[in-house]
Design a protein around this ligand. Structure first.
Ligand code: ZN
Length: 316
């Protein structure tokens, strides 16, 4: 059995990160990254997106990546599904967890998936029905993400009531996890507390995860604010790779290595071996180019006397 964690970190660089990288990364390189990061202790990885390949050629190998990733033991494989068609492709492969995303910002939703927000919300019901009709009620977890929940590059500030309303709809429709996403990195810690408390009040009993971008340097401060609200699931990407092609100016996710360093230094167990994680970053950088990677820990190195939160219990 795997040891208990205080905080679960989830790698999203292979989806959120790579969707901002035009040149397709070789399938073998994606799989080497997934395997190495799982071995470093990251237990959940969003490995691809089931968008049409004509829109994002980066994910033309979605089926192959999923099929190979599913062979790795101990890894929760997640795939993003932008619509019912994508969900059907993922369900056919037996992906154990799907992430469906709606933008709280109506304009962002229109530009991102060319649909009205309400139509996208309704689509989640159809995905739940498709999952249940496929007999996967007990084997496929459906997570629902609220993107632009902390601001939108088209609409600016997003009303907390709008975020709450979308969260309540998705929870009622059957979401088993709600992901609150700061897609363009507009959020600040006070706003994070307000939005997350609002969402938690709407979706009692359903786990809530947070997805921050470090566009303006507030990513880890926002994680701290979310921890204060009781959130214990966070998305991040190795080397901060990432962005959103439909959100002008957005840069990468929070940096996985820096996130793990902060959490472990605070005594919160993530299950991740930081030295191995830094080696995975080098592996990814070899394929993607070092200029794509960000982060403080990789530049500065681990402090000489660093001990992770779980190190006391680990046999040497
Ligand atoms: Zn994102």
């Amino acid at each position: 059995m795997q040891p208990a964690l205080d905080v679960q970190v989830r790698e999203v660089g292979l989806r959120d990160g790579l969707q901002a990288v035009a040149a397709p990364l070789a399938t073998s390189a994606k799989l080497a990254w997934i395997r190495a990061e799982a071995e470093a202790g990251v237990r959940e990885i969003e490995v691809t997106s089931f968008v049409p390949a004509r829109l994002l050629p980066q994910f033309a190998d979605a089926e192959e990546v999923v099929a190979q990733a599913l062979r790795l033991g101990g890894l929760q494989v997640v795939a993003l599904v932008p619509n019912l068609r994508g969900a059907e492709r993922a369900l056919a492969l037996g992906v154990p967890k799907l992430d469906y995303v709606v933008s709280v910002s109506r304009t962002h939703n229109l530009r991102n998936v060319r649909r009205e927000r309400e139509a996208s919300l309704e689509d989640f019901r159809r995905i739940v029905q498709a999952r249940d009709a496929a007999g996967r009620h007990h084997t496929t977890t459906l997570a629902a993400g609220l993107s632009t929940a902390l601001g939108c590059s088209y609409e600016g500030r997003i009303a907390v009531d709008e975020v709450r309303r979308c969260a309540a709809f998705l929870a009622e429709a059957g979401a088993q996890e709600i992901l609150v996403a700061d897609t363009v990195g507009y959020g600040d810690p006070r706003q994070v507390r307000e939005v997350l408390r609002g969402v938690l009040a709407e979706v009692a009993g359903i786990p809530v995860a947070a997805h921050f971008h470090d566009t303006r340097g507030l990513g880890l401060a926002n994680v701290l604010a979310a921890l204060d609200c009781g959130i214990s699931r966070f998305d991040a990407s190795l080397g901060g790779l990432g962005g959103c092609p439909f959100a002008p100016g957005a840069s990468g996710n929070i940096v996985m290595e820096d996130l793990v360093f902060m959490l472990e230094s605070m005594g919160l167990r993530t299950g991740v071996d930081l030295e191995r994680l830094l080696a995975v970053r080098e592996l990814a950088a070899r394929h993607l180019g070092a200029d794509q990677m960000h982060g403080a820990l990789a530049s500065a190195g681990l402090p000489r006397h660093y001990r992770g939160a779980g190190d006391g219990a680990r046999p040497h």
